[in-house]
Design a protein around this ligand. Structure first.
Ligand code: ADP
Ligand code: MG
Length: 708
């Protein structure tokens, strides 16, 4: 074939507006709405789902349970109907030999009216709605039968992600599908194959070009399944290549303080001051951390452990190691109450260790602050515990060697990076989380962090019994609480205060407080209350009253969610439990079950529950296992949500699903690992295209952005 200079050269980099059927206006829309800039972007816009277009319905077969249907028939009548003020819609009567339905349009009336042909055979497709036994279809896709037969078709028709604007402005699913078809024609569907041929053969993967074609125009179910597998594998494979490379660069290039000595402080504590025997899991994790910090690389480790698994003492022992090596440490917690608890807990644990520990929060007085700043800078302060206040400019360590961050999901990436910038050589970082993330997810999200897991609870804990009760049974629940109080136990009653400023939430809490005060009257019962609108000092005082056993009942909002430790509290009542997320419910429940007594969690709700709420409640009643709960949560909400908005968009997957495709992820990771192990630079000629794609993706940096 001759090269024709007058023909524009199209490639996957060609801007989208050059595509036949798109043009500048639609091009603009696609850019804004779908972030589709080029041919390549559009062809990589993968369908959400597929519909069976082999099935045709007769009008008398229609039922309102059918969501989308395809019918063959004719338009016999068109009229414009006015409704409301200056509002118009177009209504067409569509018939087949068994009956009639209405087709309606609300936008683009003029253009549509002109293009509709009466008494010609159309295939229509769309979502049915029913009103007074009359079916109608709004903004149907319609195509003349003739045209339909000449188009590229497959039994399963792709349905693409869309937006309201796109469909309003006529960029329908059919337009997208045709545009993609056009790309295949114009580019002659030349796709280079980025997956090394050895993997391709071993896994019998569908070649790239064939997979791209079948993902858009599947020839059969089987072709589609193979195309999906291949493209998911490819996506996850490249993410793993990136994460693993990044991790090894960090290990080789980023120097850390080598904590080579296991000295007096650690050994003395271990031999003489341990308040209990460590669990095997705690020992193992401490060993992993010690190995890490003892090497010359900087540690970046995620410590996962269910609520109550004993992460605090692990943190302390790591800090003692830092001290043994002449370094300071800090521990950062997300809330003031938690920071205070950590401070008192660690001070208690370390009371005979002869090290200095201080607390710094937003409410630390200026004079005390000054003392802390000085002690930090001259090195006489060993451990600083606090909130975000630790990140302020003025807080300068003489030699920060270890930063422990509790409850990682509340801290953004930049915040961690701030800590990191405090010293020339970065401190070791230990991120502790009680929101267990399923291992495979952790692997894909934190592939550049190492992970330690405490998968064992201290001995002697009785599993918490969890029940779901309707509000109408409240009297029975109150009776139960009174019995528990009579046995000397204490009780939490938690109200949702999802939005600290929402007055309705606040009112619910206060109403609850009033009615409980009536049902549990003084002097037989004493009640504490803690919520977000109180001053930190007031909150702390109330918490202390409860912790020291002066009050029987603690009414609170989710401020007590994390960390709070009152072993004598044995019942957790959660009001409007349907309004809480699973991980929050699990965290709240973790406030009880800390002592030797049998503990209970009572989930109160009204009768009206969504399906999702029912699953959450049922899961809570079934299991105490944080990992199992996290899996369910993940399935209900998706990974972005689990990590909170701060980190959503970390993984921007086009086709793979981190929950459903865990098997593929594991496989992809294994292959990526084995390639990088033997050929970290990807120099083998077999990897040429793979490496190009890898470099291209690294430039985009859109996949993740962790400390670096
Ligand atoms: P979390 O992992 O939720 O932060 P904590 O560190 O607060 O858990 O520990 C929960 C409770 O368990 C604390 O009261 C702590 O003293 C206790 N604990 C921790 N480890 C052990 C152990 N090995 N044996 C007995 N009790 C332990
Ligand atoms: Mg804790």
């Amino acid at each position: 074939m001759f090269f024709n200079p007058s023909m524009p050269i199209v490639s996957l980099h060609t801007p989208i507006e050059y595509l036949k059927g798109i043009g500048p206006n639609r091009g603009d829309l696609l850019r804004k709405e779908m972030n589709v800039q080029t041919y390549g972007d559009l062809i990589n816009l993968f369908p959400n789902r597929y519909i069976d277009r082999t099935r045709y319905y007769k009008i008398n077969e229609l039922q309102n349970t059918l969501a989308e249907v395809q019918i063959i028939g004719k338009i016999i009548h068109i009229k414009t109907v006015e409704f409301g003020k200056n509002q118009k819609r177009l209504v067409a009567t569509f018939i087949d030999e068994t009956g009639q339905i209405e087709l309606t349009w609300f936008q683009g009336l003029k253009w549509i009216r002109e293009s509709l042909k009466l008494n010609e055979v159309y295939i229509i497709f769309g979502r049915l709605s029913e009103y007074k036994n009359q079916f109608s279809m709004a903004h149907p896709e319609l195509e003349l039968l003739e045209e339909h037969q000449s188009n590229l078709r497959s039994a399963m028709q792709a349905v693409y992600p869309s937006s309201e604007k796109l469909s309003q402005r006529g960029v329908s699913n059919r337009v997208i599908s045709k545009a993609i078809q056009q790309i295949f024609i114009e580019t002659k569907a030349q796709f280079s194959e980025p997956i090394p041929s050895s993997i391709l053969h071993e896994l019998k993967l569908m070649p790239k070009g064939e997979a791209m074609f079948n993902i858009h125009f599947p020839k059969s179910q089987n072709h589609l399944a193979r195309a999906q597998f291949r493209l998911k594998f490819e996506e996850l494979f490249f993410i793993q290549l990136q994460l693993i490379t990044k991790n090894s660069i960090r290990k080789h290039k980023i120097k850390g303080h080598p904590f080579e000595v296991v000295g007096h402080y650690f050994t003395d504590f271990y031999n003489n001051h341990l308040p209990f025997q460590l669990t095997e899991a705690q020992k193992r994790v401490i060993k992993e951390i010690r190995n890490d910090m003892g090497s010359h690389a900087q540690m970046n480790r995620l410590l996962q452990g269910d609520v109550g698994s004993g992460k605090t003492i692990v943190a302390l022992m790591c800090m003692l190691l830092a001290k043994d090596n002449g370094f300071q440490s800090c521990l950062m917690a997300p809330t003031e109450i938690l920071a205070i608890q950590h401070f008192s807990g660690l001070s208690e644990l370390a009371k005979s260790c002869n090290i200095s520990i201080k607390l710094l929060t937003g409410s630390t007085k200026a004079s005390e602050r000054k003392v802390i700043h000085e002690a930090l800078e001259d090195g006489s302060l060993d451990i600083l515990i606090g909130t975000h206040a630790l990140l302020e400019e003025k807080v300068k360590f003489k030699n920060l060697g270890l930063a422990v961050i509790d409850e990682q999901h509340r801290f953004g990436v930049e915040q961690r990076a701030k800590l990191w910038k405090k010293n020339e050589i970065p401190p070791h970082i230990l991120v502790m989380t009680a929101t267990p993330i399923p291992r495979t997810l952790a692997m894909s999200l934190y592939g550049d962090l190492d992970i330690s897991v405490i998968d064992e609870l201290p001995p002697g804990r009785k599993p918490i019994q969890t029940v779901h009760r309707f509000d109408s049974n409240r009297l029975k629940v109150w009776k139960f609480l009174k019995d528990e109080i009579a046995k000397g136990r204490q009780i939490y009653i938690v109200y949702p205060l999802i939005n600290e400023s929402a007055t309705q939430d606040y009112k619910d809490l206060m109403d609850g407080y009033e009615s409980i005060s009536r049902d549990f009257p003084i002097p037989n019962y004493t009640i504490s209350i803690v919520h977000g609108q109180m001053k930190p000092a007031e909150k702390e005082a109330e918490m202390q009253r409860f912790a020291s056993g002066k009050t029987n009942i603690m009414i609170a909002t989710t401020v007590i969610e994390v960390g709070v430790n009152v072993p004598n509290a044995s019942v957790m009542v959660i009001e409007s439990a349907e309004r809480f997320g699973l991980s929050q419910l699990h965290q709240l429940r973790g406030r009880v079950g800390r002592g030797a007594e049998q503990s209970y969690c009572i989930l109160m709700t009204g009768f009206k529950l969504s399906n999702e709420s029912k699953i959450r409640l049922e899961t809570m009643c079934r299991t105490n296992d944080g990992f199992e709960i996290a899996e369910v949560d993940l399935k209900l909400r998706g990974p972005g949500d689990i990590l909170g908005t701060q980190q959503s968009g970390v993984l921007n997957l086009k086709i793979a699903d981190i929950v459903k495709d865990q098997e593929i992820l594991i496989q992809a990771r294994a292959y990526a690992l084995s390639i990088l192990k033997t050929d970290p630079q990807m120099m083998n000629p077999e990897f040429k295209i793979m490496k190009e794609v890898f470099i291209e993706l690294s430039k985009k940096k859109s996949i993740w952005n962790y400390i670096s």
